[in-house]
Each structure stands twice: as structure tokens, then as C-alpha cells.
Design a protein around this ligand. Structure first.
Ligand SMILES: [Zn+2]
Length: 79
């Protein structure tokens, strides 16, 4: 059995789109590395202004509670 030695080549399904790397305007790193940057907060501000759609994705992985959410909770607790 030597068929295992065959290299699988050619395009695979699901990879037809080249992965687009988005670079951060604050730290100049790909935005997926922003969280390792000491000034991540500034990165997020830049993202929010320039790439709102990417910012939304970043926010999901953020452990810090968002102030706006706190405000909403306060409103609910008032009732
Ligand atoms: Zn950044």
C-alpha cells in the first residue's frame, strides 16, 4: 500500500476565498494580534472608528464588560 504517499493537491472546498488579513492602524499588526499589544484599548478605539465590523468580532472575545451593557443593566435594576 503506497497510496498514502500521494500528495493531495488542488483547491479544497471552503478555501476559495483568500483569507484577508486586516491590519490595525494603531499597532500595525494584524488585528488578530491586537490583544497582545500593550495598548489594546487604543487598538479597539481605532477599530471602532475605522473597521466597525471587525470591531464587533473583537468585542465578542473580550472578557471585559462593556460599559454600555452596565448602563443597560442599571436601567433594568431600577425597575
Ligand atoms: Zn492594534
Amino acid at each position: 500500500m503506497s497510496e498514502d504517499n500521494k500528495l493531495v493537491q488542488g483547491p479544497r472546498e471552503g478555501t476559495s476565498y483568500p483569507k484577508q488579513v486586516v491590519y490595525c492602524g494603531n499597532c500595525t499588526l494584524p488585528i488578530e494580534y491586537c490583544e497582545y499589544y500593550p495598548e489594546y484599548e487604543k487598538c479597539k478605539q481605532w477599530l471602532e472608528r475605522n473597521l466597525p465590523s471587525e470591531f464587533e468580532k473583537v468585542k465578542i472575545g473580550d472578557d471585559n464588560p462593556i460599559e454600555e451593557e452596565k448602563k443597560d443593566k442599571n436601567v433594568e435594576e431600577k425597575e
